[in-house]
Design a protein around this ligand. Structure first.
Ligand SMILES: Cc1cc2nc3c(=O)[nH]c(=O)nc-3n(C[C@H](O)[C@H](O)[C@H](O)COP(=O)(O)OP(=O)(O)OC[C@H]3O[C@@H](n4cnc5c(N)ncnc54)[C@H](O)[C@@H]3O)c2cc1C
Length: 337
């Protein structure tokens, strides 16, 4: 009665937001610039944090201009960090709401929402004798988590970035090279051009014998998957994508109604309904934004949507749920938000 209309926990949140039993949160403790457009964010997770396995990612909820936005970031700190903090390393992308906020504006002391870490881009129980890390741009982050966690006798990394100064963690990588813990090839795409996957034969002659973890843009990962499959060693390749591979973008979109909010907007056949809703100011649940976490599922009340990964059309029926992050309008539709 004393705290009505709030709950006692709302007051506890003010004094002890990271306590056990509260919704999982974290406090940003520091922001360290890494390159011109990337920064490492040091987070002190709340008491309920269960810890991660190297290579996993965490979904974080950040308030940007009064709107809570959720994104996924790979954990770059080692699993045994003594002070219990975890780090993520974020590269600001042009027009990116959360990445620019975190890299340019996040302040120590800020509270963020956290999910438990997840993801299967991890090392196996039985450690492989030879490892290859194939990365580009911010795709280095889950691999850095692995490099900081576990040492292998024979590990090679091929990393692509436009220029030397764009290589995130460059000094640390070169320290590992100096200590003979890593063999590194940097491909500077501004001068060398994009990595032609066939060059691996020259760069890492025994690539096919290596257990490989690859993370980077879709073009690199698609080429790697094709190459490993052609050589019959696809089971040795593990990939992590930061964005869904859009296979089919429909030509025609349609009028999208968000019936709970009472908003109607025009949508093309290529833009995810999650983006359409957020743009229209509709409160949309979201998660990984690439169809893996199901954090965005929403009832489709009427009409049809297209899965941007497969081209599959889903039509409204009672109880039908869609993943708004990988679905676009395939004609007029009504989304229950
Ligand atoms: C499992 C997983 C792990 C990830 N780990 C990291 C990480 O460690 N470090 C990191 O920096 N990012 C990581 N990401 C990407 C991150 O979740 C966000 O997608 C990214 O920061 C962009 O969010 P934003 O809000 O800034 O962009 P938005 O405002 O959502 O998008 C702005 C524009 O950029 C495009 N866009 C969205 N995402 C990307 C992208 N990844 N690359 C290029 N263009 C994009 C959009 O289509 C849109 O046009 C990860 C993603 C996943 C799924």
């Amino acid at each position: 009665m004393v705290t009505t209309p709030l709950l006692p926990s709302d007051y506890l949140d003010l004094v002890s937001p990271l306590r056990a039993g509260a919704d999982l949160r974290g406090r940003i403790e520091a922001v360290h610039p890494e390159t011109g457009d990337a920064a490492t964010i040091v987070i002190r997770p709340g008491r309920g944090w269960r810890g991660h396995t190297a290579g996993q990612y965490v979904r974080i909820g950040v308030d940007v201009d009064g709107v809570r936005l959720w994104r996924a970031y790979s954990i770059t700190s080692p699993t045994n960090r003594q002070d219990g903090r975890v780090t993520i390393t974020v590269k600001a992308i042009p027009d990116g709401k959360v990445s620019n906020h975190l890299v340019c504006r996040a302040k120590p002391g800020t509270l963020i929402q956290l999910d438990q870490p997840t993801g299967d881009f991890v090392l196996p129980q039985a450690m492989p004798a030879k490892v290859l890390y194939l990365t580009a741009g911010s795709g280095i982050t889950p691999v850095m988590g692995m490099l900081r966690d576990i040492e292998f006798d024979d590990v090679v990394m091929v990393h692509c970035a436009p220029q030397p100064q764009d290589v995130i963690f460059r000094n640390e990588l070169h320290d590992l090279v100096a200590d003979k813990k890593l063999r590194l090839t940097e491909v500077h795409t501004d001068t060398d051009g994009m990595l032609d996957i066939a060059r691996l034969d020259a760069l890492v002659p025994d690539w096919a014998e290596r257990e490989t973890w690859a993370c980077g843009p879709a073009g690199l990962l698609d080429a790697a998957e094709e190459h490993w499959t052609e050589h019959g060693v696809q089971e040795r390749l593990h990939t992590e994508r930061f964005r869904p591979s859009v296979v089919v973008a429909g030509d025609g979109g349609g009028e999208v109604t968000f019936s709970a909010t009472g908003k109607t907007v025009d949508a093309d056949g290529a833009t995810p309904l999650l983006d359409i809703g957020e743009e229209a100011g509709v409160l949309m649940p979201s998660g990984c934004r690439m169809g893996i976490c199901f954090g965005c599922i929403t009832p489709l009340k009427a009409g049809a949507v297209r899965d941007l990964r497969t081209g599959e059309i889903t039509e409204a029926e009672p109880g039908v749920l869609i993943q708004t992050c990988v679905s676009a309008a395939a004609g007029p539709c009504d989304i229950e938000r």
